[in-house]
Design a protein around this ligand. Structure first.
Ligand SMILES: [Fe+2]
Length: 309
């Protein structure tokens, strides 16, 4: 299989003005606007759409309120797109689109597939000096006044039946399990060699379906911090961040998103190849976050906000 990553996401929203402001403050570039929708993109051209939830061309929602309606997966080339369509045909209802095809995953989320339109971009992060390696010489590390996400790195859904959903993505779309909470949560990457996860599927005791968060990749550690502080300064509410995940090793910052659930800035995730050893993890606070700040950082005092939500 030759899925290369997330090419775009489409939210169905309620408050278009708030969503438009959020996406701009988040650091995306607006490329299209109409009365019922705004289209933005990351630095590599990953599309982020916020569409009025009542629009007739939106796929169905799996939960009430603003949420993600579609994930568009990029594929390497036309031949791979055709092979993928043929492989899925016996599994689920497949509909042709202008540039590929779409279907629903077992959880009811609409997936679209097309030859990737993301651009190859040359973006560098600040190197980190460690005790034995000093890649940053005669050069200060940056301080960002806001973030500019490079791409959408992963999406996370609550699923009613995680075994069924994982079987769909690994069996029919060629995803690989990078790590898991057995029977509960599965971190999946779309290619054998690549970032730790493009998709995380989580089953809760009440088997609810919906969006947990969308994660945007930024350049480096400093951009996670600068981007998060900027969002707090613009009046958006941090859920938790900054912090660090033991699973995937990433530094994170999660902000409540009027488009749906949470948006995450992250960087420094593990990079996996065929030699990566998946691990079964126990669920617990210490495995979700080694440490985290609730509510984020106050842009005035530059100290923790001291509230939890
Ligand atoms: Fe995440």
């Amino acid at each position: 299989m030759t899925i290369t990553g997330i090419d775009g996401i489409t939210y169905g929203v309620e408050d278009m003005d708030a969503c438009t402001r959020f996406l701009a403050d988040w650091g995306l570039t607006e490329v299209s606007r109409a009365a019922d929708r705004v289209g933005c993109e990351t630095l590599d051209g990953t599309e982020v759409w916020a569409v009025d939830g009542a629009a007739s061309d939106l796929p169905p929602a799996v939960e009430d309120g603003p949420t993600l309606r579609r994930v568009t997966w990029g594929v390497s080339d036309q031949a791979a797109l055709g092979a993928l369509r043929a492989a899925l045909h016996d599994t689920t209802a497949v509909q042709d689109t202008d540039d590929g095809f779409s279907c629903e995953d077992p959880n009811g989320i609409t997936l679209s597939f097309r030859v990737s339109r993301r651009r190859s971009v040359s973006i560098t992060g600040a190197p980190v000096n460690t005790v034995d390696q000093t890649p940053r010489v005669d050069r200060r590390a940056p301080v960002y006044d806001r973030a500019e996400p490079v791409k959408v790195g992963h999406v996370v859904f609550f699923v009613a039946d995680v075994a069924e959903a994982v079987a769909f993505y690994t069996g029919h779309l060629g995803f690989h399990v990078s790590d898991c909470y057995p029977g509960v949560g599965y971190f999946l990457r779309c290619r054998e060699e690549g970032g730790h996860h493009d998709l995380f599927l989580l089953q809760t005791p009440d088997r609810k379906r919906g969006l947990n968060h969308v994660a945007f990749t930024v350049r480096d550690l400093e951009e996670v911090f600068g981007g998060g502080i900027h969002m707090n300064a613009r009046g958006w509410r941090t859920q938790i961040g900054p912090g660090r995940h033991p699973i995937s090793s990433a530094y994170f910052w999660y902000v409540h998103n009027p488009c749906g659930a949470l948006a995450e800035y992250y960087t420094n995730e593990d990079y996996c190849t065929a030699a990566w050893q998946p691990k079964e993890w126990e669920r617990g606070n210490d495995n979700f976050a080694e440490w985290a700040i609730a509510g984020g950082i106050d842009p005035e005092t530059r100290r923790q906000v001291r509230k939890t939500d």
